[in-house]
Write a protein of this length. Structure first.
Length: 220
């Protein structure tokens, strides 16, 4: 319950921070926030009318434009392959892997969230990134480059998560392999803790036996 309340406090904290860093909103935060969003919407409509080729009609269209920009027009993996092609003086057809690697990072992030729990910091981070990406795609009215920057940041984070998970996979695999010594120590740990507890409590030591009982026991 405590984590639930902490999670519910995040939107008010985020909105308060948004207002604090934007002096335009100080006189009337709610009304001016709506005015700012309406201005951005009208600005996108004007830009779409001025450049019809850049207009986006729907969220599905925005998603398709995002995939084309990241996976075809400005693919990092294609540029890296082209660099190797020039240096090695070989000829091959470059293949874009940007979206594939980002998707693998998304799967790795979901796995981390499932293992850590839905009230964990990774889950909150994933929720924020998913919400930001959804808002950008739904609200995109024109595919100017600057509108893809938030999605590019999310994609870079997913790439990092995927790379980190791939780097740590061999170590996690070795940790799951059976180890007789480690398993024996783990099996003996509860009994050793019990013996340690008895000794710390003073149970089972000769000092606990009264002296007269010892004399009675050892006398012929």
């Amino acid at each position: 319950a405590r984590f639930g309340w902490l999670l519910m406090l995040q939107p008010p904290i985020a909105f308060a921070t948004f207002v604090a860093v934007n002096p335009f909103l100080w006189p009337n935060p709610l009304q001016r926030s709506f005015a700012q969003f309406n201005f951005r919407r009208s600005e996108m409509d004007t830009q779409s009318s001025a450049w019809p080729i850049a207009g986006v009609d729907s969220p599905l269209g925005a998603l398709a434009r995002t995939g084309r920009r990241l996976d075809a027009d400005y693919s990092s993996t294609i540029r890296i392959q082209a660099w190797f092609e020039q240096r090695l003086t070989v000829t091959f057809e470059p293949v874009s892997l940007d979206v594939v690697l980002m998707a693998a990072g998304v799967v790795a992030l979901i796995t981390i969230v499932v293992r850590s729990g839905f009230w964990s910091p990774p889950a909150l981070t994933a929720l924020l990134m998913a919400g930001q990406s959804a808002l950008v795609i739904v609200g995109m009215g024109v595919d100017f480059y600057r509108y893809f920057l938030p999605l590019l940041v999310v994609g870079a984070i997913c790439l990092g998560v995927g790379a980190g998970s791939a780097y740590g996979a061999p170590r996690r695999g070795r940790a799951r392999q059976p180890d007789p010594v480690r398993d024996r120590e783990a099996a003996l740990a509860p009994s050793m803790q019990s013996v340690s507890g008895y000794n710390q409590a003073g149970i089972g030591r000769p000092d606990d036996v009264p002296l007269q009982n010892l004399n009675r026991t050892t006398s012929p």
